[in-house]
Design a protein around this ligand. Structure first.
Ligand SMILES: Cc1cc2nc3c(=O)[nH]c(=O)nc-3n(C[C@H](O)[C@H](O)[C@H](O)COP(=O)(O)OP(=O)(O)OC[C@H]3O[C@@H](n4cnc5c(N)ncnc54)[C@H](O)[C@@H]3O)c2cc1C
Length: 620
């Protein structure tokens, strides 16, 4: 294939790597702005992680993509692209544990009644015990949650799922994960929020964030198929099975890219600008001439968590009413189960069947990742049977979709590595990195789209900061809007290994007053003030203090405006000053502790939401 990608005619042409939400949004915007461009996509369908996979008349969504955004421009674009094909859906998702379903978010009465009398009694006993005898060292996630909910409830509703998702024991996860939101908090904000509550606190915002979202009639891929068509109508074509394997640069500019087709053949495509949504580390590794060694080491150091989903066509019209179910039962490895026709009835052609997706959170070196597809389908069917969804005999067919690099991991080191990559890539004038893996950002679609929009506008001459996206706001967060502002939800981190305790975190946010120091300071100031004033009167240099000092004589026992009286007064004023300073510091500390307790309480409430969706559901 010969592509007319050259600057010879004087046109500025942009190559876009990746036909996911970021790349296709950039293509659409570039086309609307009247610029030339072309998209190269390694895969054979568009949409990236947000694609729909077709299988025997059914459509599978990698994970279940809720379309929710707080960016009006992105929302308008969704409507523009899909019109009436963008449905509004209500959310229903529950927790499955030991043959029972529990409401999500957790509701105390529902949880206790669902557990049965004996288990509920054990939960209550364990809760009471945790209140009287909390675990002293609260540095781990399990200790922190157990201290707030009781060990038993932690085991049931937190432990298994968290461990399935993150692949590490809760005893090794830092408690700070639960409290990451308080990191950038300051006392002033807390005081303001304590007194100035906005009306949405318990109302509409929560409901809308949790309970309703948009969804394309034929799954998320429909959005990206349509976006590709519209971009093409503006002259920006997308070439499938075209993997970018080399980026040629000439000093501070990209000059061309090498594209490899499905048959392994390579061609070189010149370009005037490059927008890349491929993983940022991989981009650095395909640079020619190569990036400096330190940059390549940083590129190799970014980590990901991977994901696979087993789709099963089941010969039963109704399985369950939920969009998805969280599977907490420890006896199975599946983490969530989706029913795609509950997202949109048209995800399944034949209304007499169901199409479900069993989600497994994995790493590429796990046994599940390399397990043959037929064995994974059999595993999915048997686990569905174990949790009582259907019998393996009802499965008509199955498919496995593996999604490498599904989650950019925010480990302790990632920011440092990312900075090295950014610094170096910033030196290349006509290169724009966008998207989830393109920026190693925990993006939902809306953020990736915004990055694509910004990049296209920068090609057209704007100077928008691509790295400011997803910095300040909370997206798809199932938290209240004011909480989202109050807490630092900029980077929702993956759990990190145990380091500090929540107490330490809180204490770093709220400095305590040293009672003795404040007492001492006030005491010394009072003594000195009294001594100077009394001496001034006695030495005849300033008699204006006399009325005030005489008045003080009523309060300071034995104090008179005389040299012996001064000694008594200095002692008593020091003592009194110390008492006032000490009491003030004490009072302030009590108030601060009150704020901390309030925060801890609200963090505990958030944790019930976070522990499940924190990291996997992309609300995420
Ligand atoms: C389980 C799960 C659930 C999610 N749920 C939601 C949700 O509910 N709502 C939501 O909004 N978001 C959700 N997301 C996030 C959403 O999928 C991503 O934010 C979005 O797809 C990112 O778009 P992108 O264009 O940045 O990257 P990607 O989707 O990763 O697209 C990048 C594209 O680049 C291509 N590519 C890579 N390398 C090359 C190369 N060398 N040459 C050519 N092409 C290349 C890839 O094949 C891919 O098509 C979820 C993600 C996961 C994993």
């Amino acid at each position: 294939m010969v592509l007319s990608m050259t600057s010879d005619d004087g046109n500025h042409r942009t190559a876009i790597i990746g036909a996911g939400p970021a790349g296709l949004t950039a293509a659409l915007e570039l086309g609307k702005l009247g610029h030339d461009g072309v998209v190269f996509e390694a895969g054979d369908v568009v949409g990236g992680i947000s694609r729909s996979v077709e299988f025997q008349g059914c459509r599978l969504d990698i994970g279940g993509h809720r379309f929710f955004t707080k960016v009006p421009e992105v929302e308008a674009l969704w409507h523009e692209i899909l019109g009436d094909d963008l449905l509004t859906r209500q959310r229903l998702s529950r927790i499955y544990y030991r043959d029972r379903f529990f409401d999500y978010p957790l509701k105390p009465f529902n949880a206790l009644s669902g557990l049965g009398l004996i288990e509920a009694a054990r939960v209550m006993t364990s809760f009471v015990r945790s209140q009287f005898f909390p675990i002293a060292n609260e540095t781990t996630f399990d200790a922190w949650v157990s201290n707030r909910f009781g060990r038993r409830l932690f085991e049931i509703f937190f432990r298994t799922y968290t461990e399935k998702v993150w692949g590490m024991p809760c005893s090794e996860i830092s408690a700070a994960w639960a409290a990451q939101r308080i990191k950038n908090l300051n006392l002033l904000t807390a005081v303001k929020n304590a007194f100035v509550r906005n009306g949405t606190r318990d109302g509409d915002v929560v409901t809308s964030l949790i309970e309703s979202f948009y969804y394309p009639r034929l799954g998320p891929g429909m959005m990206w198929d349509r976006c590709r068509e519209i971009a093409a109508s503006h002259g920006i074509e997308t070439h499938m099975q075209s993997r970018v394997v080399r980026v040629h640069r000439d000093g501070v500019r990209v000059r061309a890219i090498d594209v490899q087709g499905a048959d392994g053949s390579k061609r070189t495509e010149p370009c005037d600008s490059l927008i890349s949504s491929m993983p940022i580390g991989t981009l650095v590794k395909v640079m020619d001439p190569p990036a400096p060694e330190a940059v390549q080491i940083a590129a190799d150091s970014l980590r990901f968590r991977d994901f696979l989903i087993v789709g099963l066509i089941v010969e039963r019209e109704h399985l369950f009413p939920d969009n998805w179910i969280y599977v907490h039962s420890p006896e199975v490895r599946v983490g969530r189960v989706q029913s795609f026709k509950n997202w949109s009835p048209e995800m399944v052609d034949d209304h007499e069947i169901s199409f479900i997706g069993l989600e497994y959170f994995v790493n590429e070196d796990d046994d599940l990742w390399s397990m043959p597809d037929d064995e994974l389908v059999a595993l999915g069917a048997s686990e569905a049977q174990i949790i009582g969804l259907f019998e393996p005999g009802e499965v008509r067919a199955g498919v496995v979709v593996r999604q490498p690099k599904a989650y950019p991991v925010y480990d302790d080191e990632y920011e440092r590595h990312l900075e090295v990559l950014r610094d170096w890539l910033d030196g290349i004038d006509n290169l724009y990195t966008v998207g989830r893996n393109g920026q190693h950002r925990y993006n939902n679609q809306d953020h990736s789209m915004l990055a694509g929009l910004f990049a296209a506008r920068n090609v057209a001459g704007a100077e928008l900061d691509l790295w400011s996206i997803n910095e300040e706001e909370s997206f798809h967060e199932e938290v209240r809007e004011d909480e989202a502002r109050e807490y630092d939800v900029r980077d929702r981190k993956v759990p990190s290994r145990v380091e500090g305790s929540i107490e330490e975190l809180l204490q770093s946010a709220f400095a305590r007053y040293d009672e003795v120091a404040l007492g001492g300071a006030v005491g010394i100031t009072a003594s000195l003030g009294l001594a100077v004033a009394t001496a001034a009167v006695l030495l005849g240099s300033d008699s204006s203090f006399l009325p005030m000092l005489s008045l003080l004589g009523n309060y300071l026992f034995g104090f008179q405006v005389s040299w012996p009286g001064l000694a008594v007064g200095v002692f008593e004023a020091g003592l009194l000053g110390f008492a006032v300073g000490w009491a003030t510091a004490k009072l302030i500390n009590v108030i601060i502790r009150g704020f901390e307790r309030d925060l801890e309480r609200r963090l505990a409430a958030l944790t019930t939401l976070e522990a499940l969706d924190g990291g996997t559901v992309e609300r995420r």
